[in-house]
Ligand binder design. Sequence first.
Ligand SMILES: Cc1ncc(COP(=O)(O)O)c(C=O)c1O
Length: 366
Amino acid sequence: VIDLASVETPTGCIDVAQVRANARRVAGYCTDHGLAWRPHVKTHKSTDVARIQLEAGARGLTVATPHEAEVMSEVTDDLLLAYPPVGRTKLERLMDLPERVRLTVGLDSETVVRSLAEASRSAGRTTGILVEIDVGMHRVGVATASECVRIASTVAETDGVDYRGIMFYPGHIRVPLGEQDPLLDELATGLSNVLEALDASGLTPQVVSGGSTPTLWHSHRMPGVTEVRAGTCIFNDRDIAQLDACEPQEIAYTVLARVISTAIPGQAVVDAGSKALAKESFRSGGSGFGVLLDEPEITVRALSEEHGVLDVSASAWRPAVGDLVRIVPNHVCVSVNLQDHLIALENDHTSQWSLPGRGRQRYTPA
Ligand SMILES: Cc1ncc(COP(=O)(O)O)c(C=O)c1O
C-alpha cells in the first residue's frame, strides 16, 4: 500500500506501470502497421517518460519548443520540431543543439525555409524539413496541394535544408472512434491529392508525419503515413476516454488532491483548482473540469485558482475533510505543465520525477 500521507497536495501523479503499458500498446500498434511512433513530448515534459517511450520502440521524439528540443536532446538524437521556428533566438538555439542531433522542422512558409536555411548554412548544419499541410483543423499548414509543391521545391533547391516530406495534424477530428469514418475519408482525399501532386513533381515524400491521440488507432487508414506523433496517449485524460481512444484503466495521470471543505451540502471542495488542473473545457462534450478516477460520477463542477468544487449530488459518496481524491483532468498536457514535478507511483512506493521540459529558458544539460 502506497503511503501518501507525506505527499503535498495538489500534485500531478502518474502510475508508472500504466505509463509503460500505454507506451507498449502504442508502439505495438505502430509496429503492426509498419508505422514509426514519434511521440510528442509536450504531454509529459519529462526525460524519464521519454526514455520509457524510446525503450518501448519510439523512433525519436516530437517537440514544440527550442527548450523541449534542448532537454530531449539528452535522450535522443532524432528530433522533430513540429512548430515553425520564428524569431532569431529560436533559430540560434536550434543551431546550438548538439551536432549529433538530426533535426527536422515542420513549417508552412518560404519565409521560414529561408531563415532556417540561412541559419543552418552559417552553423554548418543541414536541417530537415517537413512541409506542413492543413487537413481540416485550419490552424497552420498550407491550404492547397500546389502550395505544398511550391514550398517543397524551394526546400529541395535550397542549400542548408533537406526536403524530407510532409506533416499534418488531424486536430479537428475530436469525435468518438466509432464516428470518425466520414472525417477520415475527407482527410484521406485531401492527403491523397497532395501526395499525387508531390509525386507528379518528383517530390515524393520520404516521411509523411501525422497522428493525434483521438485518431491514433486509425492512423493506418491515413494514406501514405509513415510516422505517428500521438503524445497524449502516454497518460490519456477525460477527453480521450470520452472519445473511446483509451480504456478507463489506461488513464495514467491524475491530480492528487485533498478534500478541504464539505461545509456546503451537495458538494465537497478540494485543494486542486485551476492552478493544478487547468481550466480546460470538456471539448468532447459535457461539463466540468475533471472527474474522480475512483468515483466516475463525481465531476469537478467549478474551479477557482486554489479550489475545485466537486459535485457529489449524483452519488452516495460523502467524503470527509482530509480525504484524498484522484482527479482525471479534461486535458492532461496543460495540467502537467502546471506541476513542479510528478509523483510517480511504482511498486508500492513513490518518487519524484522532474519536468525539465517545462518553461522556455535556455536549458543546459547537466
Ligand atoms: C503538431 C502536433 N502534433 C502532434 C500532437 C499530438 O497529438 P495528441 O496530443 O492528440 O496526442 C499535437 C498535439 O497538440 C500537435 O499539435
